[in-house]
Write a protein that binds this ligand. Structure first.
Ligand SMILES: [Zn+2]
Length: 283
């Protein structure tokens, strides 16, 4: 819905009256339609814009609350922390940047893994939060996801992977690029052992972090999620070509057979439970 105060047009703060800090916290702007929205109402609507149905970013904690049965999530490997093998500094030392992200998000890293129940069915869940350094995949993200996959394999549990990332974490150089291979190998062993994996692509799912979700047995995606090998800006810089409109969307991926179904966020938990139910109760 549109904000009822603080904006005369109800569409955009730009050019409107100055608002207080509390008002800024209470309201937000949809990144697609620019409608000014009441933050609490957006949260209750699972962070889907009620004006244009844009599926806005969701934090790891909110995603877990949306998908799992209340109070059933048990996190694993939260103690893992990144190091700085390259002593990377792009104007700000890498570890200083990590510390700032940890303080801002309350997360130790971009990936969160653990186990819990979805409508009573036990799963291993791995997800990436794009709010932490754009969900980029460094050594810790790769290691957490690999351990989650291996736990699912060892305990013969279904695996659910939810991606939201801009790609590899260049601060860790080749160590970052190795993570996709490590995860792919673990998923290969999971499949060879008869394990099931369900991937969910959310906005944005770019690069290697989208790649491992594509290795799932069933690939779902949220509507209009950006899905692709590289983002449009990097693609334009490298190829000097402009991609046709809509190429890097979940709708395009569905049309060309790369994913199995687009599922709106409000149906996602139900749909995942239904698919898991086919595994656990073939009748
Ligand atoms: Zn909107």
């Amino acid at each position: 819905m549109k904000a009822r105060s603080g904006s005369r047009s109800g569409r955009c703060f730009m050019g409107g009256p100055r608002i207080t800090t509390d008002a800024e916290r209470a309201a937000m702007t949809c990144t697609r339609c620019r409608a000014v929205l009441v933050t609490e109402e957006v949260r209750r609507n699972l962070h889907v814009c009620p004006e244009c149905e844009c599926h806005l970013p969701v934090s790891a904690a909110e995603r877990i609350a949306q998908l799992l049965d209340a109070g059933t999530f048990a996190e694993r490997h939260a103690e893992l922390r990144p190091t700085d093998p390259l002593r990377f500094d792009d104007g700000r030392p890498y570890l200083e940047r990590i510390k700032a992200e940890q303080e801002r998000t309350g997360l130790p890293e971009a990936a969160v893994v653990g186990e819990g129940l979805i409508q009573g069915i036990r799963v291993v869940l791995g997800l990436v939060d794009s709010g932490f350094l754009r969900g980029s995949m460094g050594s810790v993200v790769g290691e957490k996801l690999t351990r989650a996959i291996e736990e699912a394999t060892g305990r013969k549990l279904p695996l659910v992977l939810v991606t939201s990332s801009a790609g590899a974490r260049m601060h860790e150089g080749v160590l970052s690029l190795m993570q996709m291979a490590k995860i792919a190998a673990a998923l290969g062993r999971h499949h060879a052992a008869g394990g099931f994996c369900l991937g969910v692509l959310t906005d944005p799912s770019i690069g290697g972090v989208a790649g491992f979700a594509f290795l799932s047995d069933i690939v779902l995606a949220e509507p209009r999620a950006m899905v692709g090998f590289i983002g449009p800006r990097v693609h334009a810089q490298v190829t000097h070509l402009r991609l046709p409109e809509g190429v890097q969307t979940s709708e395009f991926a569905l049309q060309h057979g790369f994913i199995d179904r687009i599922v709106p966020r409000r149906e996602l938990r139900e749909r995942i439970a239904q698919l898991l139910g086919y595994l656990t109760d073939p009748s």
